[in-house]
Design a protein around this ligand. Structure first.
Ligand SMILES: [Cu+2]
Length: 134
């Protein structure tokens, strides 16, 4: 009778100890895994437009000055990214091809595909305002 009670007591101690070890291992591996959450401070990141299904997606993209916009052709046919006012022109972009253009100045920049004139898109560039430091 006494022996059974002691045995149960040992079991009750083993369970929390086991959970504690599991938890320690979990927090350890969490601390070692790289965390990359510091993306809000950099405005120079490339912002992507996909060319897919004979359309630019998103059709209108708003970025701040200094942003490089990257177009990736996910369609099975060749397209172009051609500025309506001749500011930029990608030339032919084959399937999976990429074109990038850095927008230094604020403004609204409409563009189209010179092969398929129905394909139109707009990049709206707003002035980058640095976060105030006080
Ligand atoms: Cu096209």
């Amino acid at each position: 009778m006494k022996k059974t009670i002691q045995h149960a007591g040992v079991r009750i101690l083993i369970l929390p100890a086991f959970l504690f070890i599991l938890f320690s291992l979990y927090s350890c591996s969490n601390m070692n895994s790289p965390t990359n959450t510091n993306s809000s401070t950099n405005t120079q990141v490339a912002t992507e437009v996909f060319i897919q299904g004979m359309a630019f997606s998103p059709v209108t993209l708003t970025v701040t000055t200094g942003t490089t916009v990257k177009w990736t052709n996910k369609d099975g046919m060749t397209h172009t990214v051609t500025s309506d006012n001749a500011l930029f022109d990608s030339g032919n972009i084959a399937t999976n091809g990429v074109y990038s253009y850095p927008f230094a100045n604020a403004g609204t920049f409409t563009y189209h595909c010179s092969i398929h004139p129905t394909m139109k898109g707009t990049i709206v560039v707003t002035a980058y305002v640095p976060p105030s430091g006080y």
